[in-house]
Design a protein around this ligand. Structure first.
Ligand code: ZN
Length: 183
């Protein structure tokens, strides 16, 4: 079974009818490109794109460190831009692609902006709000997006694990440098 078949299997039929799995991969690759930009400011690489009528209308990437603001997650940035771009807060015709499972704050923003479908890559069992840690879709909220997990999951996870390996290396070097200047 190749990757595309695996993703098709995970997508409920109602979603598969709207876009091909190839499209999901194409949009997730874009989200991955944005995720890589986060690394420039040593931010955890998470990227997102909002898609409307088959077109990318906005993007975002984690800028928590870069902007020194806890709210600057990829999804929030992408939703903000999509609202500006489309001139309204109701994104009920839009889909969100994000490389990491949304946290509770971003799941809240997704629900409040009425995003139709959410596709995410890597699952997050520490903070994921769509099945990783808990499932916000199981709550009696006024909107429930369709959620599909595991799109390009391996690539999304690898980007994160490579980042943390690099970060640990960097911190170790900094620590050693500090030590040698103190001596
Ligand atoms: Zn978040």
């Amino acid at each position: 079974m190749d990757k595309t078949d695996k993703i098709k299997e995970e997508i409920p039929s109602c979603i598969e009818a709207e876009a091909s799995a190839e499209d999901h991969i194409k949009f997730m690759k874009k989200a991955l490109e944005y995720a890589a930009l986060a690394e420039e400011t040593l931010d955890v690489p998470v990227g997102a794109v909002v898609v409307c009528d088959g077109e990318i209308v906005s993007y975002g990437y984690n800028r928590r460190e870069g902007s020194k603001n806890a709210l600057c997650h990829a999804e929030i940035e992408a939703i903000n831009r999509a609202c500006e771009e489309l001139g309204g807060w109701r994104l009920h015709k839009c889909d969100l692609y994000v490389t990491l499972e949304p946290c509770p704050m971003c799941a809240g923003a997704i629900i409040n902006s009425r995003i139709k479908n959410v596709y995410f890559g890597a699952s997050d069992n520490k903070a994921g709000a769509f099945g990783g840690l808990f499932d916000m879709n199981k709550e009696a909220l006024n909107h429930h997006p369709n959620v599909v997990r595991g799109v390009c999951a391996d690539e999304c996870s690898k980007l994160l694990s490579d980042f943390f390996v690099e970060l640990r290396k960097r911190k170790k070097i900094e620590k050693e440098n500090k030590k040698s200047t103190e001596e």
